[in-house]
Design a protein around this ligand. Structure first.
Ligand SMILES: Nc1ncnc2c1ncn2[C@@H]1O[C@H](COP(=O)(O)OP(=O)(O)OP(=O)(O)O)[C@@H](O)[C@H]1O
Length: 694
């Protein structure tokens, strides 16, 4: 009995399929289903392609003039559907392509040899020009080292000819994603072994260059090829809207999404590097493979609207049985629900400026010792950064509290004199049936410590936007799931911390990530031009890695390019509106289908400005929708979304106009929070961005 052949699709095939007219699309899909079920069927006629550089590439007739290009090696039983087009274009595409196995990593790589020849010959012309040529960037690397980073054997000459970051960026589209990433990391100062260790890539294996079935199993291959083992898998892929992230993960995303990890994992990555995508795939894998009946995987994040967005996306990624094992809820909603099950009726205070909390705070300040001569905001900061953050509930604890970074030194006598304000605040809140959110986290964590049933409910917790969780929230997350394999999976980015009081070190909250910390570098969302501008806003700001160490931005790169963001200074809201309207109309004029294809968002620094701009847009006949905590779907076309900077976190749009006070860009340390808000806002844009400073 012969085994069923292995059939795979390439990302190029799916991209090409999505561009075909719908009548052809349907025919190709039907044909692909037949092909998947039996690629050796006598009805499929594999034609050789004259002049093809790779004899394993064959043409197959799909319908009329339409041809598929299939990789069918002479040995083994692997078939890869690579491309589809009209006869001549398909043949032309195939003539210069070669599919080969990287001799060091074992990954399958598709190379366009025509482009290689062109680029190399251009380099030769440059090299013979009279101007002195700098040393090539990767001159010190051996061929084997270059290939271990992912450079295909056929592209070694191309990689060796790179002299600068700009030249590397110019050949990015010709390189497999792992090769481009490996090269820019080395160009940024990493050693090859640092890159390989971080990737968990073994390069000591003997690679069989003819074993394409084995090659398809590597995470690198899976970033561009997907094996379709049955009709259902194929239909699910062909019928889903084309969104690469559903099927093709970056090799690091793939590695982290599947398999067991011995304890908590932390994944860092700048804006748009696919952290949420990874977190969703991880949650799916855990639900499907490591969750007993009766248990669930909790996917949590900071804001409610982001949880709604993730929930929508998970519905398109997972089948019903997987969804039944997934719970998506922002942490505050989870805490509220838990308190209700315990019949604890306190309302939680998220914003101390809100009515009840404000009154409580004013009453607390009234008992302060005026002889100390400390300003009101000292007490506010002390409450947030020391008392609530560290969960201090008694004077004895406050006397011993760490107050690093607080500026003012407090003697024991002063601490004794300050403490009554905080005690009074809690008392005032309690008399109003209110509880500060950090205290609520702490108390729920304590309740869970004695509740085996509640902690056994989850097989794992996946946490997005970790940078916005303070120490008490992290301790609560630790308490919500039993310690063990795969228990906690955190993704986050310190550059995007927009609630500065929430800075926390995971290790101090009982979360040990040693040996399980990874990073994503490729920005899939934002053009490199927008990314660079956004990163420039962070210049000089020290950013942490969520665990007490430092993080940096120099190693990130985007795969796409476009116009640089426009930055304009204006006076008054009317002028700001004028710039926003101009930006929207420019994008709409440039693309006649913009109304149906592009998503737009205006991000303002406050609700007041957001609403004022919305009113003006509506008056000009532009429909707008405000993003609120309840928003679930922000993907509609034909409308302009209106958001505050905080609400925009985690979301994305094709074109984003940001309106902020000009002081937000001031390059001072004290202004770090505003600059981080701008960073978050600008990096919501995929293609076009405008920054209006008012
Ligand atoms: N493997 C992938 N292939 C193609 N696109 C991807 C991939 N991973 C992520 N993306 C796309 O990149 C964009 C950013 O992804 P995602 O929202 O997961 O990033 P993020 O790191 O969570 O961003 P942020 O921190 O800014 O919220 C999305 O449009 C997503 O679909």
């Amino acid at each position: 009995m012969s085994l069923k052949p292995k059939v795979a699709l390439s990302n190029d095939f799916l991209i090409q399929l999505s561009k075909l007219p719908s009548s052809v699309h349907t025919k190709v899909m039907k044909w692909a289903v037949k092909f998947q079920s039996d690629p050796r069927s006598s009805g499929i006629n594999y034609e050789n392609i004259n002049g093809a550089r790779d004899p394993n590439l064959k043409s197959v007739r799909i319908d009329g003039d339409w041809r598929g290009i299939v990789f069918k090696p002479s040995s083994g039983d692997v078939y890869v559907l690579l491309y589809v087009d009209h006869h001549d274009s398909a043949y032309h595409w195939a003539e210069s392509r070669k599919l080969a196995i990287n001799p060091v990593t074992g990954a399958m790589q598709l190379v366009n040899l025509e482009q290689v020849t062109e680029t190399v010959s251009t380099d030769v012309v440059t090299a013979t020009a009279p101007t002195p040529v700098a040393t090539p960037l990767f001159a010190s690397l051996q061929d084997r080292e270059l290939m271990s980073l992912g450079v295909p054997e056929d592209l070694l000459t191309l990689a060796k000819g790179v002299h600068s970051d700009a030249e590397l960026d110019a050949i990015q589209s010709q390189l497999p994603v792992e090769a481009y990433e490996g090269l820019f990391l080395v160009a940024a100062g990493d050693t090859v072994s640092q890159v390989l260790n971080a990737r968990e890539t073994r390069v000591d294996k003997v690679i069989d260059l003819q074993d394409f079935a084995a090659a398809l199993a590597t995470p690198e291959s899976q970033s561009r090829f997907v094996v379709v083992s049955d009709d259902e898998t194929l239909a699910a892929i062909l019928n889903a809207p084309l969104a690469q992230w559903r099927v093709f993960l970056h090799p690091m995303q793939q590695k982290l999404a599947v398999g067991d990890r011995s304890g908590p994992v932390r994944v860092l990555g700048g804006a748009g590097t696919g952290k949420t995508v990874l977190a969703m795939h991880r949650a799916k894998w855990l639900a499907e493979n490591r969750t007993k009946d009766g248990q669930k995987v909790l996917f949590t994040t900071f804001t409610r609207n982001l949880a709604g967005d993730v929930e929508q996306n998970l519905k398109t990624l997972c089948g019903a049985s997987t969804l039944a094992k997934l719970e998506v809820r922002n942490l505050d909603a989870w805490v509220n629900a838990f308190l209700r099950t315990r019949k604890l009726e306190h309302r939680i205070v998220y914003d101390r400026k809100q009515e009840g909390a404000l009154q409580a705070w004013q009453a607390a300040l009234a008992v302060r010792d005026t002889g100390l001569d400390l300003p009101d905001d000292f007490y506010e900061q002390e409450l947030a950064h020391v008392v609530l953050a560290q969960g201090i509930t008694a004077l004895d604890e406050y006397r011993m509290a760490r107050r690093i970074g607080r500026g003012v030194v407090l003697s024991r006598a002063k601490r004794d004199a300050v403490w009554p304000v905080f005690e009074e605040y809690r008392g005032q809140l309690a008399s109003r049936k209110l509880k500060d959110v950090d205290d609520a986290y702490r108390e729920v964590a304590a309740l869970l410590a004695a509740d085996v049933e509640a902690t056994g409910k989850y097989s794992a917790i996946v946490i997005d936007e970790t940078q916005d969780f303070g120490p008490q929230a992290l301790k609560l997350l630790r308490a919500m799931v039993v310690r063990g394999e795969n228990d906690l999976f955190f993704v986050g980015d310190g550059h995007q911390r927009i609630y500065s009081r929430h800075k926390a070190a995971m290790s101090k909250c009982g979360i040990d990530i040693r040996g399980r910390s990874r990073k994503l570098y490729i920005n899939y969302r934002t053009t490199d031009e927008i990314r660079r501008q956004a990163v420039a806003l962070l210049e000089g700001i020290e950013v942490d890695d969520l665990d007490g160490g430092h993080d940096e931005t120099i190693r990130y790169r985007s795969l796409s390019h476009g116009p640089a963001p426009t930055i304009v200074n204006v006076t008054g809201l009317e002028s700001a509106y004028g710039e926003v309207a101009k930006f929207l109309s420019q994008w709409r004029t440039a693309d006649s289908k913009a109304e149906e294809t592009l998503s737009f968002c205006v991000v303002a620094s406050s609700e007041k400005v957001r609403d004022a701009l919305a009113q003006q847009l509506q008056a000009a006949g532009v429909p707008t929708v405000a993003i609120t905590a309840q928003s679930k779907n922000t993907d509609e076309r034909g409308t302009v979304y209106m958001s505050t900077m905080h609400r925009a976190k985690g979301l994305e749009f094709d074109c984003v106009a940001v309106v902020a006070p000009s002081i937000y860009v001031a390059a001072t340390e004290g202004n770090a929070n505003h600059r981080q808000l701008l960073y978050v806002a600008l990096t919501r844009a995929k293609r076009g961005a405008l920054l209006v400073l008012n």
